[in-house]
Design a protein around this ligand. Structure first.
Ligand SMILES: *Cc1c(COP(=O)(O)O)cnc(C)c1O
Length: 357
């Protein structure tokens, strides 16, 4: 190997011994994972938390801009190993972006089913650019997933939604990275809950890493749904889920049981936050922390704010919040705040006047 050979750094290479792969598995990777754990500064100050540390696990810095890449490198690698020629998913956007990228990288066909009109533009354009065949259905995510299950039922096309167990396997590696960075598990882990695959995956990851002796404790899992799409909090499916956080606009989560198990085994909770709270947290993250994440990622930030106001967090504890996707994914939402635009003449006096100097 030359001195300048680039190391393979994807999650399968890094965590091979914890994943269901063999030497024969063809690894399809875009060097996903290894995302930063960014210390929060403005948030603990704003909440008056002097002795509690908060970190953002910023999954928006994955190759296609969301945590879905961790699961997709596994699902697509295993699909190729099994001889599959095509993959399919239902998606609120990020799964389709990720599936399309990893599929095209290894020559698989990719079909995505998306709820018409309810997908953020950045995600839609990714499906197009990575060359997926994109089908808009006149229905919501839950209906799209039911259709995908039926179409892939005979096994000719591989389903790559998170009910594909390899997705969960890949996604659990985010918990491994957090423990590697902190030296132990945090006391609390806050995360948005949509289809509930990710909370299920993190809990699996934390448990496996503890069993392997990498951590001494387990976190409380704190899941947050949007108030208009909160089936787990309400205890029944929601027929017409609504929220501005389109990535968690899901009324009947596929991994419902996994989320409930993560909550109960960890002594945590699953709660809901309003779109107004999500919007406030979304703006706070970008405007005060300098971290631009998409609306769904702000749900657990809103949840942590709520809990802090109730003095929920123990002195001396650490909270990790997963920021699941990048802010650029949803430009329409980002531009919906009537930000002042100053158009001025191209001359020095005009600029000076505008900046007040
Ligand atoms: C998929 C997704 C979620 C929800 O994750 P689940 O595993 O479906 O609970 C949250 N945020 C973003 C940005 C996502 O892409």
């Amino acid at each position: 190997m030359s001195k300048h050979a680039v190391k393979k750094t994807g999650i399968i290479e890094r965590f091979r011994e914890y994943l269901p792969v063999t030497d024969k598995t063809p690894i399809v990777s875009l060097n996903e994972g290894n995302t930063p754990l960014i210390p929060a500064e403005a948030l603990p100050a704003e909440l008056g938390l002097k002795n509690v540390r908060i970190y953002y696990k910023f999954e928006g810095l994955n190759p296609t801009g969301s945590f879905k890449d961790r699961g997709m490198t596994m699902a697509i690698s295993k699909a190729v190993e099994a001889g599959s020629k095509a993959v399919m998913c239902a998606s609120t956007g990020n799964t389709s972006a990720s599936a399309a990228a990893y599929a095209t990288r290894c020559g698989l066909k990719c079909y995505v089913l998306i709820p018409e009109g309810k997908i953020a533009k950045g995600k839609l354009l990714q499906a197009f650019r990575y060359g997926a065949k994109t089908l808009m259905i006149r229905g919501n995510f839950d209906q799209a997933l039911e259709l995908v299950k039926e179409v892939t039922g005979d096994g000719k096309i591989t389903l790559v939604n998170s009910i594909n167990p390899y997705r969960i396997e890949g996604q659990k590696t985010a918990a491994f990275e957090i423990v590697d960075d902190l030296g132990d598990a945090p006391e609390y882990h806050a995360i948005p809950v949509g289809n509930a695959g990710n909370i299920t995956a993190y809990w699996k990851g934390y448990k496996e890493y503890k069993k392997a002796g990498k951590s001494g404790t387990l976190p409380q899992m704190l899941g947050f749904q949007a108030a208009g799409s909160a089936p787990i909090v309400l205890g029944h499916p929601v027929a017409k889920p609504e929220t501005i956080a389109t990535a968690i606009r899901i009324g009947n989560p596929a991994s419902w049981q996994g989320a409930v198990a993560a909550r109960d085994e960890s002594g945590g909770l699953i709660d809901m936050v309003t779109d107004e709270e999500i919007t406030k947290a979304y703006r706070f993250l970008a405007e005060r922390e300098g971290v631009f994440a998409e609306p769904a990622s702000a749900a657990p930030v809103a949840g942590v704010i709520r809990l802090a106001q109730r003095n929920y967090f123990k002195e001396g504890s650490r909270i990790v919040i997963t920021l699941t996707g990048a802010g650029l994914k949803d430009p329409d939402f980002a531009l919906s705040f009537n930000d002042p635009v100053y158009t001025i003449e191209a001359d020095l006096d005009a600029v000076k006047e505008a900046v007040g100097s």
